[in-house]
Design a protein around this ligand. Sequence first.
Ligand code: SAM
Length: 674
Amino acid sequence: MKQATPPQRIEPLENARIEWEDGAPWSKEYQDIYFSRAGGLDETRHVFIHGNDLSSRWRQQDRPGRVFVIGELGFGTGLNFLTTWQHWRETGCRHLRLHFISCEKHPLTREALQQALAQWPALGEYSEQLLTQYPDHTPGYHRLLLGNEHDGEVTLDLYYGDALDTLEQQSNPQVRIDAWFLDGFTPKHNPGLWTDALLEIVARLSAPGTTLSSYSVTGRVVRALKALGFEVEKRKGFAHKRHMLHACLPHGRTDSGTDEHNPARTEGREALVIGAGLAGSTVAWSLARRGYRVTVLESRGETAQGASGNPQAVLQCRLNRQPDALWQLNLLAFLHASRFYSVLQAQGHDFDWRPCGVLTLDGAYENTRKAPGADTYCHYPPQVLRRVTRGEASDICGLPVTDDGLFLPEGGWLNPVRLCHALLSRPGITVETGERVTALHRDEETDIWCVSTDAEGGQREWHAPVVVLACSHAVRELDQTADLPVLPLRGQISQLPDNASSRELRTVICGKSYLAPASGENRHCLGASYRKNSTDTSLSEEEHREVLSGVTPFLPTLRKTEEARPARASVRGSSADFVPLAGQVPDPGAWRSIYGGAQHPGRKSQPLHSHYLPGLYVSAGHGSHGMAGCPLSAEHIAALVSGEPSPLPTQCAQLIDPWRFMARRARRQAARYP
Ligand code: SAM
């Protein structure tokens, strides 16, 4: 039998080793300075901002729906990024958004970054926002949503790992970079970065009109760029340097001569989102952030009434025993969600986000999976997850517990109903309740989807070029998605009125069930049960007892637990492989046409553009982990819709691509009838 290839192991990150010279950082790995001693800020402005003619290009492109994407090699201290952000804000663009991607192999620790940035008081407000969200540990992509609706929104994607590997992993093939900052130390000190292979990727991610700049004018780099089609020019260097490099990919005869190289960015920006739970609310928010006018159609009379309707929901990370792509997906999604909720809350949205940490006790694994040993999860960065003894666990959570466990400091709980309200209140979003979607139909001539709904007043039709299905297992009621394995998974929660002992609880506790700290309504949620394929929402005493016995025995001093009552049952949508579905909807007939053909997925696992339905997307199957999975899935879908950079590396995007079920089906057929 053919041996399965072991999943690729993702190596941990190594932070930068810094020496401080007169307060400025110097790299021990590369034996080089991070920025010019003659003035880092002025160097950034000269080489990168003016070097790419950013001000005039930004003004020229300041139109609704436009985004300007910068790619940087070497994030370092973030000085280039912060200066660019400040400059962009001073330019005063009204519509243009800034998207900054920066690759970094050895991120500074948060402490080192803080020390390095302390010398630029003029960048204080920007540095502060960066430091609040800055991750310094996990390899892969980290999306930081910065700024706000009033002063302009900026997206920073940190790609942690080698620049070549991480840029190659961008999962949206439509992405084009408008300007490059080549700042990965000099070729003399860091020849491993300035390879032909990397410059080829730079060229591949560029389009006519893309510029790049660098302080280095090394002959080999200049020759390689020219060979890749760039027009290269030596301009006056900064301070004592004679030259710096400016390059531009010229417009061909058929190009318009402007920067408008990505048609996906400028097409009609209207979208319909089906479902106003967490999956739909996050997608609507991400699309509205990109200038889409979004109409959310919800079958119930109010938003967030399904599985997103519990009074307290827990954000935790799904744990994996190997550092592979699934581990990375779960970890990146969790970290993104935790940052996202903090950002929204800091912007004044009150949905009770409490990043109080989540403590999972070893008893949680009894009878289900093997209990974790001391080393089981040591591939998690200690900032994210650490083992704690029973004594430490008791100190952390405020009540004596019976077991050792795992502590996830960035986890917590929030009120998902109020979160959905906050997301849907964003300008550009309209919610239509009581509209049950019955069918979808695409007009091939206009590329417009027509969505039919049943409402109290009769049948209605809605039109848009983009439709996102975020209606959990109800996606199976629609012809286009009837084959997607999103299955109902009933869950019931209980509530316990708080009391003197329970108010001591400071973190979420997970045994076989979870118990959240007291909410503003003086209650604790406990939950939740799991019943596959059940859509029944009546309350069950049996499940209530199950939920209670799953956590209260771990907290021997918790009193008055007999006062707990069954509170609410709802139905989640769970996928057949317990990984969400987020991406473009595959053509239901595609697997038949590819099976047996040269393209069939048994031979070629990459789906083709023609295997998907144009303009139709899905975010579903988040199971009981929607709190962690929805925000990043939403950003991924919005990126695919708008032709912008995805927050997911390919190896993670493939895991959630609904296409995988088609591919498996075709593979099964191929094995059965070779
Ligand atoms: N732009 C930075 C700033 O504003 O502070 C300065 C960047 S510093 C000159 C160069 C950076 O490139 C270092 O942080 C280094 O770790 C990073 N680097 C070096 N080789 C790399 C590689 N192969 N992939 C990604 N980053 C790399």
